[in-house]
Design a protein around this ligand. Structure first.
Ligand code: MG
Ligand code: MG
Length: 267
């Protein structure tokens, strides 16, 4: 399990044994998200959801990846196992005493490490009834991730996959967030390469070819309005849309295998 072969641009390829461990980490993330998403209802606080997640992760003997993460811009280390981002919050929402209301949407992001390897996945769910536009935001974002995964075959350039995500989103009149992107994942939550959800000329140099043994976290973040985002406040954790439009976030960790893409963060 110590074999590490570097491919393009510092990307660490994983052996099939390593991918097996990552499937275990991914399965736990899936179980936590299934459980926590099932508890989402009007009146529940994001802090309560985080408590449940922390217990499940602890009971499984796993490490909660997000807890204690230091961001030099932020005023404190990330305090929770989940990121819980509500409505116009795109990512990195901090769980607390915010109670969910009917018509809200909640993005839940979870990452764990088991036996030295990581899994990272996110989903956005509706709280009670939401408008047609918001339902469409969730389904388009989820579908853009599914579309990306289906395209993740050995020999494909990432730019082709990213273009497919971007087209799916933009043809629905929505926007892809550009300031935050997916990433390689393995022994560390964030490895090379950067995995953007759009493609333009600025991405040309960082494009890469999908190879067997690559493990990538793909995570489209989509807004109903413009793509611009900013910090919600001086704490410098929570990222919100600049125009206040709702945002959705779906993520899976995926291995590229000779037999096609394998979703690691599945049951
Ligand atoms: Mg994540
Ligand atoms: Mg991620």
């Amino acid at each position: 399990m110590t074999t590490k072969s570097a491919s393009q641009k510092g990307i660490i390829l994983k052996s099939s044994d390593e991918i097996d461990v990552m499937r275990r980490a991914g399965a736990l993330v899936c179980r936590v998200l299934d459980h926590v998403c099932g508890l989402v209802k009007v009146g529940v606080t994001t802090g309560q959801l985080n408590e449940v997640a922390e217990k499940l992760i602890g009971d499984a003997g796993a490490e909660a990846l997000f807890k204690g993460v230091v961001n030099p811009a932020a005023s404190y280390p990330f305090p929770a196992a989940l990121c819980t981002s509500v409505n116009d919050e795109v990512v990195h929402g901090v769980p607390g005493d915010r109670a969910l209301k009917a018509g809200d949407i909640l993005s839940i992001d979870c990452g764990v490490r088991i036996d030295g390897f990581c899994g990272d996945s996110a989903r956005t769910v509706a709280v009670g009834d939401v408008s047609k536009d918001v339902q469409s935001l969730l389904s388009v974002t989820d579908a853009s991730l599914a579309l990306a995964i289906a395209e993740m075959k050995v020999g494909r350039m990432w730019s082709e996959v990213a273009t497919a995500i971007q087209k799916k989103v933009e043809s629905a009149g929505m926007s892809v967030v550009r300031e935050f992107v997916g990433h390689g994942i393995g022994q560390e939550m964030h490895e090379e390469p950067k995995v953007p959800n759009y493609h333009d000329r600025s991405q040309k140099k960082s494009d890469f070819c999908l190879e067997e043994g690559m493990t990538l976290a793909v995570e489209p973040m989509v807004t109903l309005g413009a793509s611009d985002v900013m910090y919600a406040d001086a704490d410098a954790w929570v990222i919100v849309t600049k125009d206040g439009s709702f945002a959705a976030h779906f993520e899976h960790s995926i291995a590229i295998t000779a037999n096609g893409p394998m979703i690691l963060t599945a049951a």
